[in-house]
Every structure is written in structure tokens, then in C-alpha cells.
Design a protein around this ligand. Structure first.
Ligand code: NAD
Ligand code: MN
Length: 359
């Protein structure tokens, strides 16, 4: 049996309630899959900062690099007032491990009057450049201050993010076909940009992404390449979310689209993400540390369970991932054990027992 070494970084608040749930679901995978797990507990977050003066200890980064195949990150609290020396550990982790993609699947639980067709899309956000290189400056002019920021787009980063989006689209297509028998939905990547205005930066993103997706292996597999200007993308995404499959976007648009898309499916407690680089993935629920419900045992563990599955997909354990997705989907569609954020009365523990039983 293969042993996967998983770093566990619970962080703050409900991160400490949901990451143990993530560990349990891995331990509950059937032995027939031939997978074993070992776990390493790692520190990061505001509590760590208060104790040690650093939010992301070097030991955490070194251990992830040298001793782990993948990791789970819970959530961290940010200080409410500007705090000297504090910076977000997840942002730093993405940089130090070169996790260049942020992958966010958005999937509906059940049809609603607003969205009768099932929503099942993935946003693949470039994570290393664009306006988030944080090269800003402010200067004085006779008419007052002016501030400027660099928007950097490279061929290298645009090409690798589009390639990842193409691979995700093909993998999803394979899984859809395996579960539905025949699926009508084609594998599609929608390139999002604003190249009508930003012809050089977004123009380079658009052109490079297109070239990457035109590779023979994608074309031969029948991948459809689509594109959409980002503002009309927002409109269409909120009117017809069922039309989308995989969306690839530069950093800023991807950030905005992915938080917005999470609103389409109800609770933040449902939406997973993964930070992905070459050969490494960190699963991370999209929600924060939720201080308002911390310690009550009612945090929704589903976003974390789905993040575990997503991490497994990038570690090439699709079968294990599918098991978790299925157990979670069954729990949601039966609707008997739902946490309060979903309108239910169940505790985290009861949701876990129900999901584990279905494994
Ligand atoms: P939040 O996501 O923590 O909470 C927003 C609301 O959603 C709250 O009412 C919360 O109770 C609810 N909620 C979130 N996750 C839930 C879950 N799993 N189950 C049930 N309900 C859930 O966002 P916030 O309140 O704006 O931020 C709280 C803290 O978390 C802040 O310090 C913020 O900086 C931090 N934060 C961290 C991350 C991260 O680590 N990636 C992301 C967002 C916010
Ligand atoms: Mn965001």
C-alpha cells in the first residue's frame, strides 16, 4: 500500500474543528483502495503569532517541503487592528511552495427556483502575478496624491495555469462519463479577460491561454475553448451558472469571481478550494475561522471534506476522491443531518457520523 504523508495545519477558530474531520475522512477510506496515510501536525495562524511572533514558522514550511505529499489548511484569523510583523500565512505558503493555482469548485446541492439546473463548475485562478504582485507606489502631484500599481502578466504563468485548467476539464469529463454513462456536457474551458481594454496584459493572458489549450492532447480529447470578457462573465455566471464547466482567470478576476460564485450555492460551509503547484496540493475550505460559532461544535465540515477530496485529485487519487464526494453528496441530498448554516440542527459530529457511515 502507498502511504501519503499529509501535513495538517488547523490554524485558528473553527479550523481546529474542521481539520480533524478532514483527517477522519482520510482514515475512513476503504482499505481496498490500497492507500495509507500518515499525518504531521503543523502550526500557523494568529494564535501561533501571539505565542511565537511569527504566523508561519519556518518549521511548518520546511516540513511541508521535505516530509509531506500534500496538506490540509483550516483557516486563520487576521488581527482586527494592524499588527506589526503579522502577515497572512496562507498567502506566504502559496508563495514559498509555488502553489501557482487556486482551484475552486462550486457545486449546487439541489435545484432551486432561481437555478433549476445543477451548478457544477470550477474556477481556476492564477495565484502568483497580476495586480497581486503588490508593486504599488504613491506620489504627490499639484492636484493631490496619485497611487499606481503594476499589473504583471507573463507567458509562463498564463500558460501553466491554462494548461492546468485544461487538465482539470478533461479529468472532470472522464469522471462525468464514468458516473453518468454518457454525459451530454462537453469539456470546456472559458478564458476570462478584459483584453478589449487591457490589450497588452489581458491580451497576453488571453492569447497565451488559448495557445496552451490548443495543444494536440487537448484538441484530440475534444476540449472546447471558450472565452468571455470578465464583466459580462459576471452577468452570465449569475444568470446561467449551469452553462459553465471550467473557468480560467488571472489573479484579480479569479479572486472576485470565485468568492461571488460561492454565493450561488448557499453556504460558505460547503465550498472547498485547493492551492496547487507541480506535485503538491493544499486543500483549504474557503471559509474563515468563524469566531461567531467557534467552540460550539456546529461548524459545517463539508467544505473541508470536499477540500480533502480535491487535494486527493491533485495527488492522483481520483478513486479515493470520488468516494468522498459521493458520501458528501448523499449526506446533502438526503438532508437529514445538516448544520445550522444549512438550515439544519445537526452538530459537526452528527454530520461526520452520517458521512462516515456512507463511506
Ligand atoms: P468567515 O468565513 O469566518 O465567516 C463568515 C460567516 O459564515 C460567519 O457567520 C460564519 O459563522 C459562517 N461560516 C463560515 N464557515 C462556516 C462553516 N464551516 N460552518 C458554518 N458556518 C460557517 O468570515 P469572516 O467572519 O469574515 O472572518 C472571520 C475571520 O476569518 C477573520 O479573522 C478573517 O480574516 C478570517 N478569514 C480567513 C480566511 C482564510 O483563512 N482563508 C478566509 C476568510 C476570512
Ligand atoms: Mn478572496
Amino acid at each position: 500500500a502507498r502511504t501519503l504523508r499529509i501535513g495538517l495545519i488547523p490554524g485558528d477558530g473553527i479550523g481546529r474543528e474542521v481539520i480533524p474531520a478532514g483527517r477522519r475522512i482520510l482514515e475512513a477510506l476503504p482499505a481496498s483502495l490500497g492507500l495509507k496515510f500518515s499525518f504531521i501536525d503543523l502550526d500557523a495562524g494568529f494564535e501561533t503569532f501571539k505565542k511565537t511572533g511569527v504566523a508561519l514558522p519556518d518549521k511548518t514550511v520546511d516540513t511541508l517541503k521535505k516530509e509531506c505529499d500534500g496538506a490540509l489548511f483550516g483557516a486563520v484569523s487576521s488581527p482586527t487592528t494592524p499588527t506589526k510583523g503579522y502577515s497572512s500565512p496562507i498567502v506566504a505558503l502559496r508563495k514559498r511552495l509555488d502553489l501557482y493555482a487556486n482551484v475552486r469548485p462550486v457545486k449546487s446541492v439541489a435545484p432551486t427556483p432561481a437555478f433549476p439546473d445543477p451548478i457544477d463548475l470550477v474556477i481556476v485562478r492564477e495565484n502568483t502575478e497580476d495586480l497581486y504582485v503588490k508593486e504599488e507606489k504613491t506620489y504627490d502631484t499639484p492636484n493631490g496624491k496619485v497611487a499606481e500599481a503594476i499589473k504583471r502578466i507573463s507567458e509562463h504563468a498564463s500558460s501553466r495555469i491554462a494548461t492546468m485548467a485544461g487538465e482539470i476539464a478533461l479529468r472532470r469529463h472522464r469522471v462525468r462519463n464514468a458516473t453518468d454513462g454518457v454525459s451530454g456536457k462537453q469539456a470546456t474551458v472559458t478564458i476570462t479577460h478584459k483584453s478589449n481594454v487591457l490589450s497588452q496584459t489581458d491580451g497576453l493572458f488571453r492569447q497565451t491561454a488559448r495557445t496552451a489549450l490548443e495543444q494536440a492532447r487537448f484538441r484530440d480529447a475534444g476540449l472546447v475553448i471558450d472565452e468571455q470578457i470578465v464583466d459580462s462573465m459576471v452577468y452570465k455566471l449569475f444568470r446561467q451558472p449551469a452553462d459553465y464547466d471550467v473557468i480560467v482567470a488571472p489573479n484579480l478576476y479569479g479572486d472576485i469571481l470565485s468568492d461571488g460564485a460561492a454565493a450561488l450555492v448557499g453556504s460558505l460551509g460547503l465550498v472547498p478550494s485547493a492551492n496547487v503547484g507541480d506535485g503538491f496540493a493544499i486543500g483549504e475550505p474557503c471559509h474563515g475561522s468563524a469566531p461567531d460559532i467557534q467552540g460550539q461544535g456546529i461548524a459545517n465540515p463539508i467544505a473541508t471534506l470536499r477540500s480533502v477530496a480535491l487535494m486527493l485529485e491533485f495527488l492522483e487519487q481520483e478513486e479515493a476522491a470520488a468516494k468522498i464526494y459521493q458520501a458528501v453528496d448523499e449526506n446533502l441530498s438526503e438532508g437529514k443531518y445538516l448544520t445550522p448554516d444549512m438550515g439544519g440542527k445537526a452538530k459537526t459530529e452528527e454530520v461526520m457520523e452520517d458521512v462516515l457511515k456512507r463511506m
